[in-house]
Design a protein around this ligand. Structure first.
Ligand code: ATP
Ligand code: MG
Length: 430
C-alpha cells in the first residue's frame, strides 16, 4: 500500500516527462548488447532517425539476465526502414513490424505507435489493427508494463524512462501502464504476460494490476488459440517455469491453457516430476540451450497420460494399446483449449509411446529404437522419470551404459539381460 502511494506520487511528480537514467545508475554494460542491434540503431541514426533498444532486452540486462532477443523502436516508418536495410522484410498485419535479418539473429524494429484514437477494436475492446504512428512518449504509453517501457540510447548509453520502470524493476514489481481494466480489454494476453514477467523477474504483480486479472480473466477466451499456444511456450521457457505455472494455477488461469494442471499439482509424485522437468528446462534456458516444445509439453501432460494409461491397462492388460489410447485421450482433451501443431502432437505421442519400449530390453526392439528420430528425446524423458522415481534407476543406468557401448558390446549386454530374465523365469517355474 505504502509502495503504491509512493509510486503514484513519483508519477505525479514526473508529469509525463521522462527520467534520464545514466550508465552509472542503470549499470548496463554495452558489451552485453547485440552488436547487430547497435549497428541497426547507428544506421537508423545516420539516416536521420531516432532509434532505441527497448523492451525485454533492457529489462533483462538491468537484472543481469541474458536477453532472449533485441527489439528496436524508431520514428522511421516500416517502409523507410525497409528502404534502408537490404535484408529487411515487413511482417504482421495488426502490428506492422520490420525484421532485419542477420546471420543467426533477427532484429525486430517497431515504429513508435500513436495514442489509441483511431485504432480498430472489436466488441470487447480488443485491438484489431494498430498502424498509426506517433512520438516516443506516445509509444511508451502503448507498451504493456512499466518495466518493458525503457528506451536505451546506444550512443549516449542513457535510458529514457517515462513510467518509472527502472524503479519498479528495482522493486521487482510488475505494473501495467495506464488503466488496467482498459489495457487488459485491449489485449487479454497481457494478463498472462503479467504473470510471466513477475515470475521471470522473481517478483510480484502490483495490487492494481493484479485486481483486474481476477475480474477480467474470462477475456482470455477471446485470444486466438495459436497465440495462446505461443504464450504457453513462453511461460514454460521463462526461466522460472514452475513458479509461473503455480501462479497461473492460483489465479485460476490454467483452465485456458492446461486444464489438467490442477489434478497434476495435487499429487506429490506428479508434482515432483513436474518440478524436476521444469527445473531442468530453467537450467537449459539459463545456459542458452535450446528447449523442444514437444518435449516440454510431453512432460507437462505426462502425469495425466499415466492416469489414463492405468485406467486402460486395468481393462485390457496390453501395454501398447493402453498407452496409445491414453495419449489420444490426453491430446484430445488438451486440444479443446489450445491448438497444437500436428508435428508437435506427433512427436509428443512418439515420446510417450516409446516409454513402453524402454521397460523391455530385447535385441531387435532395442536396436530398432535407436533408429527412431525421437530416440534421444524419449531417452532423455526416461532419465527425467528415473530422477523422479517414476522409472527404475538401475534400468535407466543400463540404457546409458548400453548407449555408450559399441555394437558388439550392445549385443552382449542384451544377451546377458535376456539370460538373467530366462533364469528368473526358470526359478519361477521351479
Ligand atoms: P521476452 O522477449 O523476454 O519474452 P519482451 O518484453 O521483449 O520479453 P516481446 O514480446 O518480445 O516481449 O515484446 C517486446 C516489447 O513490445 C515488450 O517489452 C513491450 O514493450 C511491447 N509489447 C509486447 N507485447 C505487448 C502487448 N501485448 N501489449 C503492449 N506492449 C507489448
Ligand atoms: Mg523480446
Amino acid at each position: 500500500m505504502f509502495n503504491q502511494i509512493i509510486k503514484k506520487l513519483r508519477i505525479l511528480f514526473m508529469k509525463g516527462k521522462p527520467s534520464y537514467i545514466y550508465k552509472n545508475k542503470h549499470g548496463i554494460n554495452k558489451l552485453n548488447i547485440s552488436e547487430n542491434a547497435i549497428r541497426v540503431c547507428e544506421t537508423l541514426n545516420k539516416n536521420g532517425f531516432e532509434a532505441y533498444i527497448v523492451g525485454g532486452a533492457i529489462r533483462d540486462l538491468i537484472l543481469g539476465l541474458k536477453p532472449k532477443d533485441f527489439d528496436i523502436a524508431t520514428n522511421a516508418t516500416p517502409e523507410q526502414i525497409k528502404h534502408i536495410f537490404k535484408r529487411a522484410r515487413i511482417i504482421g498485419k495488426r502490428f506492422r513490424l520490420v525484421h532485419v535479418i542477420f546471420y543467426k539473429e533477427i532484429i525486430e524494429i517497431s515504429t513508435f505507435r500513436s495514442s489509441p484514437i483511431d485504432i480498430k477494436q472489436d466488441e470487447f475492446g480488443r485491438i484489431l489493427t494498430d498502424n498509426y504512428f506517433g512520438s516516443q512518449s506516445e509509444d511508451s504509453n502503448r507498451r504493456d508494463f512499466t518495466i518493458n517501457s525503457l528506451y536505451y540510447d546506444a550512443n549516449s548509453e542513457i535510458i529514457i524512462d517515462y513510467h518509472d520502470g527502472v524503479y519498479d524493476l528495482k522493486k521487482k514489481q510488475v505494473n501495467l501502464i495506464g488503466e488496467a481494466s482498459i489495457r487488459y480489454r485491449e489485449d487479454p494476453v497481457r494478463i498472462l504476460r503479467a504473470i510471466r514477467f513477475a515470475s521471470k523477474i522473481n517478483g510480484s504483480i502490483s495490487p492494481d494490476t493484479l485486481k483486474y486479472i481476477e475480474k477480467q480473466k474470462e477475456l482470455i477466451a477471446n485470444i486466438p488459440q495459436a497465440r495462446l499456444f505461443d504464450e504457453l511456450i513462453k511461460i514454460l521457457t521463462c526461466g522460472n517455469a514452475l513458479k509461473c505455472l503455480l501462479e497461473i494455477k492460483s489465479n485460476n488461469l490454467h483452465t485456458f491453457l492446461i486444464p489438467t494442471l490442477e489434478e497434476t499439482l495435487k499429487k506429490t509424485d506428479s508434482m515432483n516430476f513436474l518440478k524436476i522437468s521444469l527445473d531442468e528446462t530453467d537450467q537449459r534456458i539459463l545456459n542458452s540451450k535450446s528447449v523442444s516444445s514437444s518435449f516440454l509439453l510431453a512432460a507437462i501432460l505426462w502425469p495425466q497420460v499415466q492416469i489414463e494409461y492405468q485406467k486402460n491397462y486395468k481393462k485390457n492388460k496390453n501395454i501398447y494399446i493402453s498407452m496409445t489410447s491414453a495419449s489420444d485421450t490426453v491430446i484430445e482433451d488438451q486440444l479443446k483449449v489450445l491448438s497444437i501443431h500436428k508435428k508437435i502432437i506427433s512427436d509428443m505421442k512418439t515420446i510417450w509411446l516409446m516409454q513402453t519400449k524402454f521397460e523391455t530390453r530385447k535385441n531387435k526392439t532395442s536396436f530398432r529404437l535407436l533408429q527412431n528420430p525421437k530416440f534421444k528425446a524419449a531417452y532423455d524423458f526416461v532419465l527425467l522419470r528415473a530422477k523422479s522415481n517414476d522409472f527404475d534407476k538401475v534400468v535407466a543406468q543400463w540404457w546409458t551404459n548400453w548407449l555408450e557401448s559399441d555394437d558388439k558390446e550392445k549385443e552382449n549386454m542384451l544377451k546377458t539381460i535376456n539370460k538373467t530374465k530366462n533364469k528368473k523365469q526358470e526359478h519361477k517355474c521351479d
